[in-house]
Design a protein around this ligand. Structure first.
Ligand code: ADP
Ligand code: MG
Length: 240
C-alpha cells in the first residue's frame, strides 16, 4: 500500500531524513516512535505530499508521490492525516468540518455528505455535537472529530502525528479507543505516537527513528520482547 524507498530530505544543509526505507501493507498498523526532532513528522508528511523530498521514491497505492503527473490533490484526498493539534476549521461547525472536503473534493451532494458525517459522528460518540463549533468541544472530542473527518473521505490509509500528545491525560483513552477500533477493522495506519500501550495492543510493526534514520523496523514482538539497539532501548527506558 505504501512503499518508502531510500528517501532523503534536507532543510538547507540540515539532513532531516537519511535514506529511509520501509513498506506498509494493506491493513497494517505501524507505530513510529523516536526522540523529538528525529524526523517522524517529516517522514509521514512526505507520504501524503505535504513535504517535498530530494531523493528516493514514495508510492502510495500505485501513485508516485511528488512525481510529475501525479495528482497530489487526489493523493491527499485518499490518505487521511490526523495532527497533534486537531487542525479543525474553527469558524465552521462540526458538521461543516465533516462535509466540506466531501463536497469540494469528492463532489458529494450536501445531503449525502451530511448523512456520512452523522454516521461518523455517532461512531466516534459525538452524535449530539454536530451543530457546535470546535472551540466548544474538549480536546479529546475535537480529536475524535478530526478522525471522523479523515474517515469521511473513505481513505485508503490514515497517518496520525502524535494524536494524543496535546490532550489532558483523561482524554487520551477516548481517542486511543477510536484508533484501536479502526485498527481492528483493518484500516491501514501509520501512527507517530509514544503510547506504547497502543503499540502493544494493535501495532503489527514498530519503527524507531533517530537523527533522521530508521534505526529499527521490526514486528511488535521483536520490538518489545527481544534485544533492541542501544538507542531504542535508552529511548524506551525514558518513556515507559
Ligand atoms: P519529530 O516529528 O520526530 O519531532 P520533525 O520531523 O518535526 O521531527 O523534525 C525533524 C527535524 O527537522 C528537527 O530538527 C526540526 O527542527 C527540523 N525541521 C522541521 N521542519 C523544519 C523546517 N520547516 N525547516 C527547517 N528545519 C525543520
Ligand atoms: Mg513530530
Amino acid at each position: 500500500m505504501i512503499a518508502i524507498e531510500n528517501v532523503s530530505k534536507n532543510y538547507g544543509t540540515f539532513q532531516v531524513l537519511k535514506d529511509c526505507t520501509t513498506t506498509v501493507r494493506k491493513g497494517e498498523v505501524v507505530v513510529v516512535c523516536g526522540p523529538s526532532g528525529s524526523g517522524k513528522s517529516t517522514l509521514i508528511k512526505c507520504v501524503n505530499g505535504l513535504e517535498p523530498f530530494q531523493s528516493g521514491r514514495i508510492r502510495v497505492d500505485g501513485m508516485d508521490v511528488g512525481a510529475r503527473g501525479t495528482k497530489m490533490s487526489a493523493l491527499r484526498a485518499r490518505v487521511g492525516m490526523v495532527f497533534q493539534n486537531f487542525e479543525l476549521f474553527p469558524h465552521l461547525t462540526i458538521m461543516q468540518n465533516l462535509t466540506l472536503s466531501q463536497r469540494k473534493v469528492l463532489g458529494r451532494r450536501t445531503d449525502e455528505a451530511e448523512a456520512k458525517g452523522e454516521a461518523l459522528l455517532a461512531r466516534v460518540g459525538l452524535a449530539t455535537q454536530a451543530h457546535k463549533f470546535p472551540g466548544q468541544l474538549s480536546g479529546g472530542q475535537q480529536q475524535r472529530v478530526a478522525i471522523a473527518r479523515a474517515l469521511a473521505m473513505d481513505p485508503i490509509a490514515i497517518l496520525f502525528d502524535e494524536p494524543t500528545s496535546a490532550l489532558d491525560p483523561e482524554m487520551i483513552n477516548e481517542v486511543l479507543d477510536v484508533m484501536v477500533e479502526l485498527a481492528n477493522e483493518g484500516m491501514t495506519m501509520i501512527c507517530v505516537t509514544h503510547e506504547m500501550g497502543f503499540a502493544r495492543k494493535v501495532a503489527h510493526r514498530v519503527i524507531f527513528m533517530d537523527h533522521g534514520s530508521i534505526i529499527e523496523d521490526c514486528t511488535k514482538t521483536e520490538f518489545f520482547e527481544t534485544q533492541r539497539s542501544e538507542r531504542a532501548a535508552q529511548f524506551l527506558a525514558k518513556i515507559l
